[in-house]
Design a protein around this ligand. Structure first.
Ligand code: MD6
Ligand code: FE
Length: 210
């Protein structure tokens, strides 16, 4: 069970993945990164590069460039479809009670000094499904606020194997990564952190889960 499940629909599950599960998931994601190389997204309008590198798996992937934020079925640089989401992640989605199947899995890679500014996950056409996040490798300082940009925030540390679910009223909560504590995990050779976020992008029908 989650360490914290709040009335707000936020759930944090520390250590939900065992070390063996983390290793097998890492191997799957390394195969995804071979087929679908990391690229550096840029901010809409300004074109400022992200410090985080990204790729995706799933039928849709989240991309950011000068034109904006969106989901698309192909890698922006190779033009190839994203590889499938590993079964281990789809099984986790179902185990957490999320509906149908995830369509997108964004892979975020943090090397030393990378961070992610406060944002909402709001580019999806439905907010009825939760966002499920899995952390691998070095521990991150994760900042969470409310559903508006202003107001108080708090921070929690996310370690390798931790799973966070943003559901219900928390689905549109502001959040970001302040920093990654380098050297805090030995899972990834050479260090760093990988975060995987599973999302539903389009509405689903319960009759034919797709
Ligand atoms: C990260 N996570 O942990 C970034 N989004 O690197 C997210 O942006 C995130 O953890 C939505 C829900 C949960 C998350
Ligand atoms: Fe997010």
């Amino acid at each position: 069970m989650a360490d914290t499940i709040e009335a707000t629909g936020l759930a944090i599950h520390p250590g939900m993945l065992s070390p063996a599960e983390q290793r097998s998931l890492l191997a799957q994601i390394q195969m995804v990164m071979k087929r679908s190389p990391l690229y550096r997204p840029t901010m809409p309008r300004t074109g400022k590069p992200f410090s985080v590198m990204m790729t995706n798996c799933g039928t849709l992937g989240w991309v950011a460039d000068k034109a904006g934020y969106r989901y698309q079925p192909r890698h922006p640089e190779t033009g190839k479809p994203w590889p499938p989401i590993p079964d281990q992640l789809t099984a986790l989605w179902t185990r957490l009670g999320a509906p149908a199947t995830p369509e997108a899995c964004l892979v975020n890679i943090y090397d030393e000094g990378a961070r992610l500014g406060m944002h909402q996950d709001s580019d999806e056409a439905t907010f009825d499904a939760p966002v499920v996040s899995v952390s691998l490798g070095d521990t991150a300082v994760f900042r969470m606020g409310g559903t508006t940009r202003r107001g108080p925030t708090r921070s929690v540390r996310l370690s390798s194997g931790d799973v966070v679910v943003f559901g219900g009223p928390s689905r549109l909560m502001y959040h970001g990564i302040d920093r990654v504590l380098s050297g805090s995990s030995r899972l990834i050779e050479g260090g760093g952190r990988i975060n995987l976020t599973l999302r539903r992008v389009t509405p689903w029908t319960d009759a034919a889960a797709s």
